[in-house]
Write a protein that binds this ligand. Structure first.
Ligand code: HEC
Length: 259
């Protein structure tokens, strides 16, 4: 009987050990997968040589491996002329990037490709001394991270008309603004720029002269706005934010201090 209990104990210990080994082994493939993802691209792009130029550079920098698969096949990232964020143009199309899901390696690739280094890697690709790909003219609203769905064209108009009295909104009004007021390109450098724009009417100096229909209280009788007031609707504000999303953040050299 004793021998039997002893055997049972031993067996269950062995079973436990196996279980531990299994648990240890299970997440391993998942971990390895983080360092490898599939990118689908149409023949026109995969035959252009660009992917062979950029992917090894990305892999060298990040240790993430990219497998190119045919257009239409299952992949974590798709580069194609249809949907997504415009990342470069050339070989007869504007190429757009779509990230399907949240694969860490794929997200990293999207970040890298849209970063300055990634873009420079794309534009430095040459065939017989001639650059083949350039950056797209239109800077699309980022599809990675928050998506701003306002009307970019309306946003620029409204911003020029109402904010442009003080802020440099675009190169067009740069020379006619109040120099001490931060330009939109500078505000765009803040990591939380979108939060600041969403609540700008509550941030100084705006409350004194800004009305947002349905949001702000009317100016107090005894505190009329010191300057001609500005009015925006929430839809216009959303449009402004979509416009600012597409601005290239000002190049300030070192990161600037959050005020
Ligand atoms: C009368 C001048 C004036 C107008 C008009 C104006 N602003 Fe400003 N804005 C300023 C000044 C000055 C600052 C800098 C405040 C500071 O540094 O404390 C500022 C700062 C900001 C900030 C950053 C706020 C913060 O605290 O981070 C945002 C965002 C902003 N403005 C958006 C807008 C938008 C959007 C409009 C138009 C709808 C607009 N502003 C219109 C003067 C103006």
């Amino acid at each position: 009987m004793r021998l039997f209990t002893h055997l049972c104990n031993r067996l269950s210990r062995i079973a436990m050990l196996w279980l531990a080994v299994l648990v240890w082994l299970l997440p391993a493939p998942a971990r390895a997968d983080d360092k490898r993802f599939r990118l689908s691209a149409p023949a026109a792009l995969s035959q252009s040589g660009l992917l062979q130029h950029i992917i090894p550079r990305f892999a060298l920098k990040t240790g993430v491996r990219v497998e190119i698969v045919q257009d239409g096949m299952e992949a974590e990232i798709a580069l194609g002329p249809q949907a997504g964020r415009a990342v470069f143009e050339g070989a007869g199309a504007v190429w757009r990037l779509r990230v399907d899901g949240t694969h860490p390696g794929a997200v990293r690739f999207a970040d890298w490709l849209t970063s300055e280094i990634g873009q420079r890697t794309v534009t430095s690709y040459e065939v017989a001394g001639v650059a083949v790909f350039s950056l797209p003219d239109v800077v699309d609203v980022a599809e990675i991270g928050p998506v701003f769905e306002g009307d970019v064209v309306l946003g620029k108009q409204v911003a020029l008309a109402r904010c442009g009295r003080c802020h440099a909104v675009s190169p067009e009004n740069q020379m006619t603004t109040i120099g001490s007021t931060p330009s939109f390109a500078v505000l765009r450098t803040f990591a939380d720029w979108d939060v600041r724009f969403q609540s700008f009417y509550a941030l100084k100096p705006h409350p004194a002269f800004t009305q947002v229909a349905g949001v702000t209280q009317p100016f107090a009788q005894n505190l009329p706005p010191p300057i001609a007031p500005i009015e925006v609707t929430l839809e216009e504000l959303e449009a402004i934010i979509a416009y600012v999303a597409g601005l290239t953040p000002a190049d300030l050299g070192a990161p600037i201090q959050v005020q």
